[in-house]
Design a protein around this ligand. Sequence first.
Ligand SMILES: Nc1nc2c(c(=O)[nH]1)N[C@H]1C(S)=C(S)[C@@H](COP(=O)(O)OP(=O)(O)OC[C@H]3O[C@@H](n4cnc5c(=O)[nH]c(N)nc54)[C@H](O)[C@@H]3O)O[C@H]1N2
Ligand SMILES: Nc1nc2c(c(=O)[nH]1)N[C@H]1C(S)=C(S)[C@@H](COP(=O)(O)OP(=O)(O)OC[C@H]3O[C@@H](n4cnc5c(=O)[nH]c(N)nc54)[C@H](O)[C@@H]3O)O[C@H]1N2
Ligand code: SF4
Ligand SMILES: [Mo]
Length: 754
Amino acid sequence: MDENNRERIQSTSSNKNKPDMGGGLPVIKYWAEQTLSPDGLKLWQTLFHKSACLSCSWGTGGQKGGFTNEEGEKLQRCMKSVEAISAEIQAGIATSFFEQQSLEQLQQLTSQEADRLGRWSFPVILSGGSTHYQKISWDEIYRLATTSFTTIPERVASYSSGRSSNEAAFLLQLMMRALGSNNLADCSDLCHAPSTFGLKQTFGTGTSMVSLKSLKQADCIVLAGSNASYNHPRLMNELIKLGERGGKIIVINPVKERGLVKFASPAFPLTSLLTGSDIASIYLQPIPGSDVALFVGLQKALIEQNKVDLEFLQAYTENWSEVIARAQSTPWSIITETCGVSQVEIETTAQIIASSPKVVFAWAMGITQQENGVDNVSSIANTALMTGNVGRVGTGLMPVRGHSNVQGFGSMGVTVRLKKEIQQSLEKLLGHSLSRIPGYDTQALIEAADAGKIDTLICIGGNLYGANPNSHKVKRALGKIKTIIYLATKPNLGHFHGLAQQNTIIIPVFNRFENPHKTTVESGNNFVRLNDEGQTHLKNADLIAEVDFLTELAHRLHGEHPINWRKLQDTKYVRELIAQTIPGYEKIADIDQTKEEFTIGGRIFNQPHFPTASGKAKMFVTPLPTLALPQPQDFGVTNYARGVVLALMTGRGYAQHNTVVYRTEDKYRGMPHRSCILMNPLDAEKAGLQEHQRVSVKGNVGQLDNIEIIYGEVRSGAALMFYPEVNVIFNAPVESRCGTPAFKRVPVLVYQTS
Ligand SMILES: Nc1nc2c(c(=O)[nH]1)N[C@H]1C(S)=C(S)[C@@H](COP(=O)(O)OP(=O)(O)OC[C@H]3O[C@@H](n4cnc5c(=O)[nH]c(N)nc54)[C@H](O)[C@@H]3O)O[C@H]1N2
Ligand SMILES: Nc1nc2c(c(=O)[nH]1)N[C@H]1C(S)=C(S)[C@@H](COP(=O)(O)OP(=O)(O)OC[C@H]3O[C@@H](n4cnc5c(=O)[nH]c(N)nc54)[C@H](O)[C@@H]3O)O[C@H]1N2
Ligand code: SF4
Ligand SMILES: [Mo]
């Protein structure tokens, strides 16, 4: 960023109000407010309950105690966990509520207002044409559910979100596959599917190859497209410790996130909390969607600096010479033009990587939510392999996952790309072969629904309506499904807008810490945690455990043979089946007795031998993307006065969990409410726009008006807005190999009318 621009940023009023580092005292203040509130006691009890944190995939808590990580370190609960718990310990929705509130009124609610209604505490139904949700009995639910599932198997589908348990996930896929349907759409389709796909094709394994223990030995971390300071706060502790031991942190992100520059962690009250710890050693701000060019640039610089580990490549990889040849022959001018980062910065970064003995490469949504997400992942893998940073303690590839059990859902077989070994074990278990008709992933499910090809949809958590691009189309598509069954803890916009043609049923479920059954979850670091049984605070509530609902429905659909579904209501037996079926999960069979939480077998690589056909890592050439933006006139605006076309990144504000908004302000970015766009001052001023001015933002299928411009440290040509609100304005291209929408590069026109 040039000096002019920097000065201008410093002088903007929104910037003056921003904390000058991530974390810090606002976090302590929030803890104090919540824990001293009337719900404080319940909150503390939950924090100490032996179960995994609900929120992110970093994974904290479990049998070692609520505040402890898998390495036994204390003070590892962050305030995001408190945010999530506070929402779950709200009072239940009153039984009279839906008599008073019509659907039309409920549809006026914002995400935050919907969440604040309280917990679902009794089952309800909205029948086609009615104006109000109504209470429904369990008998009626099972009758409707059984009838709706008795149709052509390909016309039944599920969608799931990664907060439920491994046990629920395993049962969901078993029930669906027993029925003959592979339509197991999952939120990971919108999230890390490109990581799974990219890692699998190179290494034969789709998850992180780095354990927390191994991460602690790294000398350098490359963190690309992740805002860990908001979304995985305890990863920040590892970055702080890395810095303290003299290691280097390379951040790659078009937005200069405060918390990735400096972060104050309550886990280090004496050394970090007040003064903050420096995080990024170098901060690269590429053009959104251009990371392949940046990583190919790093590879080219490594080649020119003679820092490629040829011995490693020859011994442990395939296809390396093609990858090197491509990097060598790609001109610097094309690399720097595509990614918008200078050759000098790329060369300096390459030197840091080359001079660090052990490097971990970590990434999140900025990398995966792109039309070329798989190439992004491959280009990171290529860079790691070229420097010999795979298959050794302190090195490796680390996708930083999303929901707290999203990875567990994938492991349990909730995926449209089922592993061969799992397929064979399931066939043995069911005594017949599984359907070979490919299943719908999330985007394909919406297309199929819109084409009238789905009769029945069951959603285990999540918000299919709010999480997908082109909200109006999603609403229309869901409206063509005859029956939708939502299992949920709290209301969200999907329950009021994602309505079926005939029956929309909402089934209230126990969350992780109040579930009457023991359950397990898997963290992004491949660690399996055991959750003890719990109790709900909800009075006179009529909740059900997900496992109980799924087994009862499966029993009614499939009878007792070859699987005794009702026996599986004791989750111990589900764990026995998981141990038999899921590779690496053997230890789960007796976790009830041993209480021994464990790292899944075959996932962490401390030797460069991989589960591919040849045992070598297979490298893939990654073509540079072409990233042209449309012209203002391409947006078809008739009353256009002035404006600018930008590459919009859509993602999370500070206090939200995915589609659920907890608080509207994003303090650290200086965005006071949800209707803001974060822009570079130069872009705004070049177009004759100013900070705090209200503008319209138009995508390819819709427009949002009255959006306030906020100046921030986002690179020129790019901007940032919050989801789920922004999902109404665009229809994103998808990564063709795994269906993930390009949420992080949405062409928009930011303009003022005449
Ligand atoms: N508190 C909280 N925790 C969460 C969640 C939450 O909503 N709230 N959600 C959970 C889930 S499901 C997920 S998937 C994760 C999400 O965690 P993250 O991936 O950290 O979240 P995002 O806000 O989607 O985007 C991350 C960053 O990508 C950057 N970015 C955008 N485009 C590009 C690009 O082209 N290149 C690069 N290099 N960077 C880019 C953005 O500037 C942003 O800082 O967090 C999980 N944890
Ligand atoms: N524009 C844009 N869109 C995006 C993204 C983006 O960055 N930009 N990110 C995408 C990503 S990474 C993801 S993962 C998706 C998230 O998509 P989803 O996972 O579909 O959505 P969430 O908002 O996490 O779902 C929250 C709901 O889950 C329910 N819930 C919570 N806990 C439980 C439980 O224990 N059991 C059950 N049954 N239900 C529970 C509650 O009712 C809550 O309202 O959004 C995607 N959409
Ligand atoms: S880092 Fe993630 S798992 Fe750990 S306490 Fe925070 S939200 Fe929970
Ligand atoms: Mo996600």
